[in-house]
Design a protein around this ligand. Structure first.
Ligand SMILES: [Zn+2]
Length: 367
C-alpha cells in the first residue's frame, strides 16, 4: 500500500489495504453478493465512516442491513442516501417498502364522505352482512396492496391535453386508500409507490408478496391510437390473452420491461422457487378471475363509465403475485371526453369511491 488516505489511519487496521471508500464499497458489494452480510456490514460501516457523503456506500449498507432484516438501520441508511441524493429512486422505493409510511395528503385534501354516501355504504354493509358466506379458499381479505401503475420516467399513457397516466393512477390510489380507511378500519392497505418515481414491475409484486397481501390491485388508465374507444375494464392474469385487444393492453403495460435493468427474466434466469411457483399460480390466477368479475360487476352499477367487462392476459406485474391480483383500466386517456373526466377532482372521487366499496364488498364475497 503506497498511498494511504489519511482518513484511514483512524480505521480498523484490518481495512488498511483499502485506499478509499470506493475500494471498501467494491469489497462490500462482493460480500453482499456472496450472502456474507455481517462482513459486508462491517466493511461498509468503515466505508461510510471514511466517506460520509458517499451515497453509493450508504445504499450498499442499506441493502446489507435489509438482508439481515435489521430494518431500522436499513431505513436509516437509505434515508441517508436520499439526503445526499433525493433523486435516487431505488432508495426511495426501499424507504417506502420498509416504512410503509401513511400516504402524505398531497394535491388536495380528500373530501370526507357525504352523509348520503355514508348512508348508502351503511346500507350496503348491512345487506352484505346478511348475505355473508364462507369463502371457498378459506381466504379473507385483510391486507391489500394498491399499485399505482408507472411513475418517474415511465409516464404511462398520455392524453391529447397532456394528462399523464402515472399521475392519475397515483392520485386514484391515494383517494381509494383514504376512503378504504374510512370504510373499514380493519383493512390494512400497502402501496408500491407513494410519489412520482420509477418502480420496476418485478418490485411491485415483490412488495405485495413481502407483505403477504390477500389482494393486489394495479391501477391503470387505458389508451388507444384510435380516439373513440372508452370505458372501464378489469383484467386478471392468464397465460394467453382472452382477445386481441387484451393482448394489446398487456403488451403496452409490459413494455417498460424493456427499459428495466437487471431484469432476471430478460437474462433467462429462472430459479427453483419460480418453477415451484408455476404450479401454485394457477390457483391465484383463477381466484384473480373471480375477483375481477366481482369488482367489475360492482363497478359497472356505480360508475359513469361504459362497462367493457372482464378480460385476461399475461401481465408481467400480475404473474408473480402470490395472491389473487387484478389490473384496472379506468377509462381511456386517449378519448378526449374521458381525458377531461379523468382530470376532474369530482370524477376521481367517484371513481375511487366505487373502487374502494368494491374492495370492501369483496370481504364478504365467496372467492
Ligand atoms: Zn398503464
Amino acid at each position: 500500500m503506497i498511498a494511504l488516505a489519511t482518513g484511514l489511519v483512524s480505521l480498523n487496521s484490518r481495512f488498511l489495504w483499502a485506499e478509499s471508500g470506493f475500494d471498501l464499497g467494491l469489497k462490500g458489494q462482493e460480500l453482499l453478493a456472496q450472502g456474507k452480510y455481517d462482513q459486508a456490514i462491517e466493511i461498509l460501516q468503515a466505508g461510510v465512516k471514511l466517506e460520509p457523503d458517499n451515497e453509493w456506500l450508504w445504499g450498499l449498507l442499506g441493502r446489507a442491513y435489509f438482508q439481515k432484516k435489521e430494518l431500522r438501520k436499513s431505513l436509516d441508511s437509505f434515508r441517508q442516501v436520499l439526503r445526499l441524493n433525493p433523486e435516487d429512486t431505488y432508495s426511495r422505493m426501499m424507504v417506502d417498502i420498509i416504512s410503509q409510511k401513511p400516504l402524505p395528503p398531497k394535491i388536495e385534501p380528500i373530501k370526507p364522505l357525504t352523509p348520503l354516501e355514508k348512508k348508502a355504504l351503511e346500507e350496503e354493509k348491512q345487506i352484505l352482512d346478511r348475505l355473508q358466506v364462507e369463502n371457498t379458499l378459506g381466504y379473507r381479505i385483510q391486507r391489500v396492496v394498491l399499485d399505482p401503475g408507472h411513475g418517474g420516467f415511465d409516464s404511462g399513457a398520455v392524453g391529447l391535453k397532456g394528462l399523464q397516466e402515472k399521475e392519475v393512477n397515483l392520485d386514484l390510489v391515494k383517494r381509494t386508500s383514504q376512503i378504504l380507511a374510512q370504510m373499514d378500519k380493519d383493512l390494512k392497505v400497502f402501496f408500491t409507490r407513494t410519489e412520482d418515481y420509477f418502480v420496476p414491475l418485478s418490485a411491485r409484486t415483490t412488495t405485495a408478496n413481502q407483505y403477504s397481501a390477500d389482494l393486489f390491485v394495479s391501477f391503470h388508465v387505458n389508451a388507444n391510437e384510435n380516439r373513440k374507444p372508452r370505458g372501464m375494464e378489469t383484467y386478471f392474469c392468464s397465460e394467453r390473452a382472452s382477445s386481441k385487444e387484451a393482448a394489446r393492453v398487456a403488451e403496452f403495460e409490459n413494455s417498460v420491461l424493456k427499459l428495466e435493468k437487471n431484469e432476471l427474466i430478460q437474462k433467462g434466469y429462472v430459479n427453483i422457487e419460480e418453477i415451484l411457483f408455476l404450479f401454485e399460480r394457477k390457483r391465484y390466477w383463477e381466484a384473480g378471475g373471480e375477483v375481477a368479475s366481482l369488482i367489475q360487476n360492482n363497478l359497472k352499477n356505480r360508475l359513469p363509465l361504459k362497462n367493457r367487462g372482464v378480460h385476461s392476459a399475461n401481465f408481467y406485474v400480475l404473474r408473480r403475485a402470490k395472491m389473487p391480483s387484478i389490473l384496472l383500466e379506468m377509462g381511456f386517456i386517449s378519448n378526449p371526453e374521458e381525458e377531461k373526466l379523468l382530470a376532474q377532482s369530482d370524477f376521481r372521487h367517484k371513481l375511487a369511491l366505487s373502487i374502494a366499496s368494491s374492495i370492501v364488498s369483496l370481504k364478504k364475497s365467496r372467492i
